[in-house]
Design a protein around this ligand. Structure first.
Ligand SMILES: [Zn+2]
Length: 597
């Protein structure tokens, strides 16, 4: 077992006291939020009376939300320090309850705002005191044509719970009921197969382990293919039902409208990736050659092409490397990294009970926080750069925006973190002295392109087609879904790989498919970040300056407009194509390295 939290020196732990010095202060704010939630109810039915009234509502709403955020974040961060601590289990539970209370007390807001006649609202917005809320209100009011009568809205809200049913059933089935057959290697060693171990088993150098993990997993899904298709079809139908009820042309249009993303962005992503499929075919060939396999199978896609390179770094070394790697962003950025390191934004090491993984989080008004479980591997050095990307994005937006515009939208959320990873990997590659080390690093980057750009785009194409089928009254039988999935795999991976029949069941195990039209954002965000980092590395000063504007803008503009600040126009094919050119270059470099070995 690892160390207890008390055994870890304070210099390696985050300065949680910057949120609250003690729990008593937390209690005070907790109480205050409850009072504000009570007070804000008085505004119900009066928002359309005058600009002044609306302004007063916003003042209280912001005070309440901001305070609630701090209360919520503190309770949960304390819990993450040691998830077994009953004191903070209780605080986190209470914070969650408080969240329900605040959203209930403001539930009247949106319908009331939408109910104010256009002319009246426009005259409101001309008032000085509401100037700052223009974008905020536009975000709500631009969806007006898709908001129905009060009665219909009530009905839809109730239907909403039923519509979530498919997702709940899938989640129960997948996480609680489904069990897989163990994997046994030639020596009789047993490996447990679970959702958690699956990818690690696919990365195993022993091909027999990979093959069995792959087959055992999909055989189990195959057994339930009729139920799984019915569950998925119900979910797609629910999406289509809601889009129709809200007068959208398609479920896809409705999903994208949430962040005001035109469907052309989705189309251009798929179009660009299709154009660069030959690069994927080349990657597949290279993989086959590097692994020295006669036939490449679907279960050979995850095993690293280059064996482990010993590149352990202490945390002090990691900090220096990250600063060097991100130097192209400029002195201001590097100085802020240092500030984050010095002022203890980061909770560095693992301890007993600590939440696993890594994240960046925090509350407006206090510096951001980063949780790590740093173990010194290369992956964790990248994690540090990645999470500090999120943290500094938050820092810049918090410093430059009011509370309502400080948070950034999912569509752009992974840009800053990926820009950092991309800059860091270029730095590593340029500095690598040893051929094997270089190949290892390039392999690491190539896998990100495969997993994030190609794979998520294939997912995006799948869910689009599945929704279209339902919109055309076709049914999603297991055969239809498996055929569609087979065709997509053929298209994306080409002829250099055996498309094993098992993979045709992959659609049935992807939890994200129950949150339709979400995954494309991984591919677009990644592409935007690669395009930006490419320009910055090439010394494009305009993009670098634009990127800082982007970092400082939070959600004060729509995501598509924010990226345009960095000369990235996601309604065109250019950013994705630029990113894929980087993939092609890396592929070329990898091939050259392998050839000269
Ligand atoms: Zn991230």
């Amino acid at each position: 077992m690892g160390k207890k939290r008390e055994e870890i020196s304070a210099q390696y732990k985050w300065a949680i006291e910057d949120l609250y010095a003690n729990d008593d202060l937390w209690e005070e704010d907790y109480k205050r939020v409850g009072e504000l939630a009570e007070k804000i109810k008085d505004f119900q039915g009066t928002l359309g009376e005058s600009p002044k009234r609306l302004y007063e509502y916003m003042e209280i709403y912001i005070a309440m939300s901001q305070l609630f955020e701090k209360v919520y974040v503190y309770a949960n961060q304390k819990l993450h320090e040691n998830t077994g601590n009953p004191i903070y289990q209780a605080l986190a539970g209470r914070a969650q309850g408080l969240g329900v209370l605040t959203s209930e007390s403001t539930a009247f807001f949106e319908p009331e705002i939408l109910g104010i006649p256009n002319e009246t609202f426009e005259s409101f917005l001309k008032e000085e005191e509401l100037q700052n809320y223009t974008q905020y209100f536009e975000e709500i009011r631009r969806k007006k044509e898709h908001i129905l009568s009060r009665e219909m809205e009530e009905l839809l809200a109730q239907a909403g719970e039923v519509c979530e049913g498919a997702s709940d059933i899938f989640s129960m089935f997948n996480n609680a009921d489904l069990k897989f057959e163990d994997v046994t290697d030639e020596k009789g060693n047993l490996y447990m197969l679970t959702h958690g171990t699956y990818i690690a088993l696919l990365e195993d150098n022993n091909r027999e382990v990979r093959r069995q993990a792959f087959e055992h997993l999909y055989d189990r899904y195959e057994e339930y293919k009729n139920s799984l298709a019915a569950i998925y079809q119900t979910s797609v139908k629910a999406d289509v039902f809601q889009a129709k009820a809200r007068k959208y042309n398609s479920a896809r249009e409705m999903a994208l409208d949430g962040s005001n993303i035109p469907v052309s962005v989705y189309d251009k992503l798929i179009e660009s990736v299709h154009k660069h499929l030959p690069a994927m075919y080349k990657y597949v060939d290279l993989r086959k050659k590097t692994l020295e396999l006669e036939e490449l199978h679907m279960y050979d896609l995850y095993v690293p092409m280059v064996g482990d390179v010993d590149m352990k770094k202490t945390f002090d070394e990691a900090k220096e490397i990250v600063k060097e790697g991100l130097a192209p962003l400029g002195e201001e950025y590097v100085a802020l990294l240092q500030k984050g390191f010095d002022e203890k934004w980061i909770d560095i090491y693992e301890n007993e009970g600590k939440r696993s993984g890594a994240y960046s989080w925090g509350a407006y008004g206090t510096h951001p926080y980063v949780l790590l479980n740093y173990n010194g591997t290369l992956n964790h050095v990248f994690t540090l750069a990645h999470e500090m990307g999120h943290a500094l994005h938050s820092y810049f937006s918090d410093e430059n925006q009011d509370y309502i515009y400080a948070g950034y939208k999912i569509f752009v959320a992974e840009v800053a973190s990926t820009v950092n990873e991309s800059l860091l990997i270029h730095h590593f590659i340029s500095k690598a002295t040893d051929k094997k080390e270089k190949a290892y690093l390039i392999n690491h980057f190539l896998e990100q392109f495969r997993g994030t750009l190609y794979r998520q785009t294939m997912f995006a194409e799948f869910e689009w087609k599945a929704h279209e089928m339902v919109e055309k009254q076709e049914s999603l039988t297991p055969e239809n879904l498996c055929d569609l999935y087979y065709e997509l795999n053929q298209k994306y991976f080409g002829e250099g790989i055996v498309i094993d029949k098992e993979i045709t069941m992959e659609w049935s195990r992807i939890p994200h498919f129950y949150n339709a039209f979400y995954v494309y954002q991984y591919a677009t965000g990644f592409s935007a970040a690669i395009a930006i980092s490419k320009a910055i590395l090439a010394g494009d000063e305009k993009v670098r300056e634009g990127y800082f504007k982007f970092l400082k803008s939070g959600s004060s503009r729509y995501p598509i407009d924010l990226l345009k600040l960095c000369n990235v126009d996601m309604t065109t094919t250019k950013p994705v194509e630029d990113a894929l050119k980087v993939f092609e270059e890396l592929l070329q470099e990898f091939e050259t390295l392998q050839r000269t070995e």
